[in-house]
Design a protein. Structure first.
Length: 73
């Protein structure tokens, strides 16, 4: 009985690490793509400080969405 419980905990930890790692990777990729394709425009129109704020808010939003989706599973 205890062995089955330990296996469930291990699966839960493994799944959490996998989902968290994939979510973090996707959020990072999204922010990198935004920087790669929009950095010049944002610096010209929003100033460097404005560009930083937009990218920071965007990253925080994606991470919060990923955390919320993970909790719902």
């Amino acid at each position: 009985m205890n062995n089955v419980h330990d296996q469930k905990i291990n699966m839960s930890v493994t799944r959490g690490a996998l989902v968290g790692g994939i979510g973090f990777g996707l959020a990072s990729l999204l922010v990198f793509a935004t920087v790669a394709f929009g950095e010049r425009w944002m610096h010209q129109h929003l100033t460097p400080a404005g560009a930083y704020i937009v990218l920071r808010l965007h990253a925080d939003e994606r991470l919060a969405t990923n955390a919320k989706n993970t909790e719902l599973r």
